[in-house]
Design a protein around this ligand. Structure first.
Ligand SMILES: NC(=O)c1ccc[n+]([C@@H]2O[C@H](COP(=O)([O-])OP(=O)(O)OC[C@H]3O[C@@H](n4cnc5c(N)ncnc54)[C@H](OP(=O)(O)O)[C@@H]3O)[C@@H](O)[C@H]2O)c1
Length: 380
């Protein structure tokens, strides 16, 4: 296992951090966590050198913290840093923040949390957290020894990331980042900004939630043609760890084999090790993925609301996911929402209001028809 220094904090961490959000495929609607297996996986990772574990209050129907707490008995707690999170939805004042943190400490069977994050914030959620005094609460909990570091995880556009990052004295930030997301969310710009401020960066969705693990044919052909043979997983992690600003790459593993493979990969990865040819390969791979894009919808939502209730960006996102990453529409969360809201492309009456509003000048009506031919059965 390679270890890295966490920016201005100066502490060491394993480059591979285990994400505790996906055990037993429990990211689907009705699955139940297999506790014994999850505990085995967590201990396998720690025994292999992992010192960073990421969970959250809400993961796995609020059971992830409980399972992690059990896994960290028998001396495992002292070997690792725990990151967990406060969700804005469950707290409205200081008393509720105190109660929530206490319940997390209890579930995790520990007297302190190392990295405590405001969960999945954008500017709106950050303003909310400020309005209920969360930054002061985090500072007080640091002084009381109940948390060690004040952090946030982020999902939103770059400008909001920059605003939040500079608006508070953060100890760490967690962002979604992978070779397909260089210009999405915080992106490379956000990673480098945090790095320039000495704020350690933890990466989530480094494999785009597993999508980059299985390459489509045109991408696999590029990997196969390269002089050095590596799996898509290894390329994705190697590319992330090549960035000196990255402290930890989280990966939510479901199987012992995945943990074993990731332990092997994170034995070899270091900042700055990729050659110019390897970096070019990843650029080519990105372009090969992008060439599979069905429609260039940026999700700006200028077309919304559709007068007839079609979730236009949602439909296009499922369609692009299907083509780029071979995500079956039946299991795509976007399609679950569309199904629930009855907002599929079959509702389109071709009024054209969307096309008049689209800054990309997309042929939305035709696109919706084509999309629904490909993915519409996923809505049944
Ligand atoms: N704070 C937030 O807002 C937030 C949001 C998202 C995630 N997170 C945290 O970040 C962690 C990491 O995100 P993530 O789980 O999305 O990470 P990820 O690495 O992008 O995706 C994890 C998935 O990648 C696949 N995978 C991992 N290692 C593999 C291997 N060696 N071979 C083949 N497939 C492999 C597995 O997919 P399969 O299951 O398909 O096999 C696994 O479930 C989460 O677990 C969670 O703790 C936080």
């Amino acid at each position: 296992m390679k270890y890295r220094t966490m920016g201005k904090l100066g502490i060491q961490t394993s480059a591979f951090g285990l994400g505790c959000m996906r055990f037993n495929g429990a990211a689907s609607e009705d699955s139940v966590i297999d506790e014994e297996k999850a505990i085995r996986l967590i201990r396998q990772a720690i025994d292999g050198g992992v010192t960073y574990l990421d969970t959250a209050y809400v993961y796995l129907d609020k059971t992830s913290e409980i399972v992690l707490g059990k896994a960290l008995r028998d001396g495992y707690r002292d070997r690792v840093n725990i990151a967990t999170k406060m969700p804005a939805e469950f707290v409205h004042n200081r008393e509720e923040m105190e109660a929530l943190l206490e319940s997390e400490l209890k579930k995790l069977q520990t007297d302190h949390i190392d990295f405590y994050l405001m969960h999945g914030i954008n500017r709106e959620k950050w303003e909310y957290f400020k309005s209920i005094g969360a930054p002061e609460f985090f500072d007080d909990m640091k002084k009381a020894g109940k948390i060690r570091y004040k952090c946030f995880s982020f999902h939103g556009p770059y400008d909001e990331f920059e605003y939040i990052l500079k608006d508070c004295d953060w100890d760490m930030v967690q962002i979604q980042y992978n070779f397909m997301d260089i210009n999405n969310q915080a992106g490379t710009k956000g990673l480098e900004l945090a790095g320039s401020l000495g704020i350690p960066v933890v990466i989530m969705e480094g494999m785009l939630g597993g999508r980059l693990a299985k390459a489509p044919d045109n991408v696999q052909a590029l990997y196969d043609a390269f002089q050095v043979k590596r799996t898509p997983v290894e390329w994705a992690f190697r590319w992330l760890c090549n960035h000196p600003e990255v402290s930890v790459v989280l990966s939510g593993c479901n199987e012992a084999e995945q943990i074993a493979e990731n332990l092997r990969i994170f034995d070899t990865v270091e900042a700055g090790i990729m050659t110019a040819e390897e970096l070019q390969l990843i650029d080519d791979v990105r372009a090969a993925y992008i060439s599979r894009t069905k429609i260039g919808c940026t999700g700006c939502r200028y077309c919304m609301p559709c007068p007839n209730g079609v979730d236009i960006p949602g439909v296009f996102s499922v369609w692009n996911n299907f083509s780029l990453y071979q995500i079956d529409p039946k299991t795509d969360w976007g399609m679950t929402t569309i199904r629930k809201n009855g907002s599929g492309a079959d509702k389109c009456i071709a009024c054209g209001a969307c096309e008049a509003a689209c800054p990309q000048h997309l042929s939305i009506i035709e696109g919706l028809q084509d999309a629904w031919k490909d993915i519409g059965s996923g809505a049944d």
